[in-house]
Structures are given as structure tokens and as C-alpha cells.
Design a protein around this ligand. Structure first.
Ligand SMILES: [Zn+2]
Length: 245
């Protein structure tokens, strides 16, 4: 368990380093380009899934501004003339590009950290699956389930069934007198339990029942509340029950 916490903690730490490095790089890069450095750093760090970084590349960097050597005010770098005084900007652009040597180190470190974050997360995930499978299987999960619940009928097919399902039936005037069960279990295990008035009477495995299994209900007293309970253990297959007489 401690190994898993350690792995997950390392993944978290690596992710934090990723964000810090990205923040440093963005701040410097935006500053050099005369952009709103604080705002772009916040966007890159806080907008999830690196969408902030994408926005910075697609929008932020396009808005690059520079100082006009003639009038000293900020102007868009992509335009050939200053928008304030009309002076030619060709030379300024040249010199700015030359001075723009923002270190790519933080960007590279953050890329490495992102890859390592994923590796640690995967290792932590598989380690926890291996060490504590009940952590994943104790939850009642059913995937790809098709169920038919009509009076006297309970049919269910499932691609993955793990957990419990139950359905109550009432015995009146000796009806129903029998429960017919058939099942085709391809993977995992399925058991059927039958509780009468809250007490489990018996449980059978549905993995190896051939043809139809008949469960005699005639011995139960009038107005008994019978609960059918299916227990799935990573199972795939079909169960068909009916108690029409
Ligand atoms: Zn100007």
C-alpha cells in the first residue's frame, strides 16, 4: 500500500514540476515578446490538459508587441510600420528576433516530467490492481447489461457483471411453486441465492448448471417474501429465470 501511495505521490510531484517549469518558460517567453506575462502564465498553468499552452501558441504569441524605436510606444510586431508614428519596423524586428533567446530548458524539463507523470500513474494503477484487486472488484459494476423484468420473468445478459442484483417475488396461494433457472456463463462466476423472509436458504453456482435448473418453492409458507439474489464475480454471460406456473 505504501508503495502505491509513494508512486502516486511521485506522479503528483512530477506533475507539479511540469506546471512550474511551464510557468517559468511562459513567463519569460511572454515577457520577451512584450505580452501580458502574468496573465499568459496563469492561463498556461491553470487551464487543464495543456489547452492553456495551446492557446498561448495559437493566440498569445501572435499578439507579439514591440517598442517602436522612433516614438517609444508599443506596437504590433507583425506590422511593417509603427501604428503610432508610422516609422518602419523592419530593423527592429530583426534585432528583436536576435535577442529572443529564451532558454528552452524549462520546456524540455516539463515535457520529460509529463511523460514520467504518466509512467508513474500507470505503474501506480497496475500496482494497486495487483496488490488490492478487491479495491476494484468490491464495487458493484455492471457493464453492457441488458435486463428484462416482467412479472414472472427475470432475464439478464451482461458483458461484465461484478456485484449483486436482487429481485423479490411473493408466494400466494402456493404460486409460484417453482423457479426455473438457466444460465450460460462464459467468464467469471455467477451464483444465485434465494432468501425467504430475509434469511438466505441456499445458494447455487450458475456456472455448471446444465439445461434448466428447477428450484422447488412449494414448501414455503403462504405470503412468504422470496428474494432472488444474483452474485456476479467478473462474469460475462446470460441468466434466465422464470417462475410462471
Ligand atoms: Zn512609433
Amino acid at each position: 500500500m505504501w508503495i502505491i501511495i509513494g508512486l502516486a505521490g511521485t506522479a503528483l510531484l512530477l506533475f507539479l514540476i511540469t506546471l512550474i517549469c511551464l510557468g517559468i518558460w511562459t513567463y519569460r517567453d511572454a515577457k520577451l515578446r512584450g505580452l501580458e506575462a502574468g496573465m499568459w502564465t496563469a492561463i498556461v498553468v491553470l487551464v487543464p490538459n495543456f489547452i492553456g499552452l495551446l492557446l498561448y501558441f495559437l493566440i498569445g504569441r501572435k499578439q507579439q508587441q514591440t517598442l517602436c524605436p522612433s516614438c517609444g510606444r508599443k506596437t504590433e510586431q507583425s506590422k511593417p510600420y509603427c501604428s503610432n508614428c508610422g516609422a518602419s519596423m523592419a530593423q527592429v524586428v530583426q534585432s528583436l528576433v536576435a535577442s529572443k533567446n529564451n532558454s528552452k530548458k524549462p520546456l524540455i524539463i516539463s515535457l520529460i516530467c509529463v511523460v514520467m507523470t504518466f509512467i508513474f500513474m500507470f505503474v501506480a494503477f497496475f500496482a494497486s490492481m495487483y496488490a488490492q484487486p478487491e479495491m476494484f472488484s468490491s464495487k458493484s459494476i455492471t457493464i453492457g447489461q441488458i435486463q428484462t423484468m416482467k412479472p414472472g420473468v427475470w432475464k439478464m445478459s451482461f458483458w461484465y457483471f461484478d456485484g449483486e442484483k436482487s429481485r423479490a417475488i411473493e408466494i400466494r396461494d402456493g404460486n409460484p411453486s417453482a423457479l426455473n433457472v438457466s444460465a450460460e456463463i462464459e467468464k467469471g462466476k455467477v451464483e444465485l441465492g434465494l432468501a425467504v423472509d430475509g434469511k438466505e436458504e441456499k445458494r447455487i453456482s450458475l456456472n455448471n448448471i446444465d439445461s434448466t435448473y428447477v428450484w422447488d418453492l412449494s414448501g414455503y409458507p403462504e405470503n412468504s417474501r422470496v428474494v432472488l439474489r444474483l452474485y456476479g464475480d467478473a462474469a460475462k454471460g446470460k441468466v434466465n429465470m422464470n417462475w410462471k406456473d
